[in-house]
Design a protein around this ligand. Structure first.
Ligand SMILES: [Cu+2]
Length: 263
């Protein structure tokens, strides 16, 4: 009997607490989570299998994918810009390391209507300097000093079936470019802006950025490894074209855990 009353009192208490918090508490901001996914031709990338064909007709496979996303910003419908500043605003992603596929920055997102999300693929020239990263895995993205230094924006390694059905390796590597005599350097990092359609009053805190790998090889420049060759790090023209294509390689979705704003 005594036990029963104790439980009864406890339930009553929690019920009272619930009412009290409903009346007072308002969700003003949420912790964003950014999830990274990698698709090819509409479904999850199957790595290490020579079963993809790009627009130029190259049969190819992808074995490794590592890259940096930086300067993520959310733009509200009223123009307010909320930058993600955690980790120097740089996040490293390795397709094979699951802990890199979810980023939980410390920044908070005010609950409001959002128009878009932007980010840089690679690292801007202010930050992309040798010595920025002291530890692996980020450190292992280093870009040779003689070629401009800093870090690769992206490494996509794989193979393609070259002329004569020879299987050749490719290192689709992007970073700072240079001219033939090494006197001029080019910052190839690029910004991607994707629309968000988040209604006022609700805010999903989970944003999924999907890279559609085939898009790196489609538009505006049809990519043909038989023309570019497998190594492009010293080929500014190729890297420039790759980056133009890369601007079309991302999409964002924000379905998931909707948080209701009590207004
Ligand atoms: Cu490289």
């Amino acid at each position: 009997m005594k036990f029963f009353s104790f439980r009864w009192a406890l339930s009553l208490l929690s019920l009272l607490f619930l009412f009290a918090s409903c009346g007072k508490e308002r969700v003003k901001s949420v912790a964003p989570q950014i999830v990274f996914k990698h698709n090819c031709n509409g479904s999850e990338l199957q790595k290490g299998i020579l079963n993809y064909t790009n627009q130029a007709g190259n049969i190819y496979q992808v074995n490794e994918l590592q890259y940096f996303i930086s300067e993520v910003t959310f733009t509200a419908a009223d123009g307010q810009i909320i930058p993600i500043t955690t980790d120097n605003a740089i996040h490293y992603i390795d397709m094979d390391v699951s802990s890199t596929l979810e980023w939980n920055p410390d920044d908070r997102l005010p609950v409001t209507q959002y128009a878009s999300i932007s980010f840089v693929v690679g690292i801007n020239e202010a930050k992309n300097k040798t010595g920025l990263f002291l530890n692996p895995p980020e450190r292992d993205m280093f870009w040779p000093d003689i070629m401009g230094g800093g870090y690769h924006y992206l490494k996509m390694n794989g193979k393609w079936k070259a002329d004569g059905d020879t299987i050749k390796p490719f290192n689709f590597h992007l970073g700072i470019g240079m001219n033939m005599d090494g006197t001029t350097f080019y910052q190839n990092y690029f910004k991607v802006t994707l629309p968000l359609n988040i209604q006022a009053g609700t805010l999903s805190n989970v944003f999924t950025i999907t890279m559609n790998l085939e898009k790196w090889f489609e538009a505006p420049n049809v990519w043909n490894w038989n023309v570019t060759g497998g190594q492009i790090m010293q080929n500014q023209d190729a890297m420039h074209k790759a980056c133009e294509n890369g601007a079309n390689a991302f999409q964002v979705t924000h379905e998931g855990k909707d948080i209701v704003y009590h207004s």
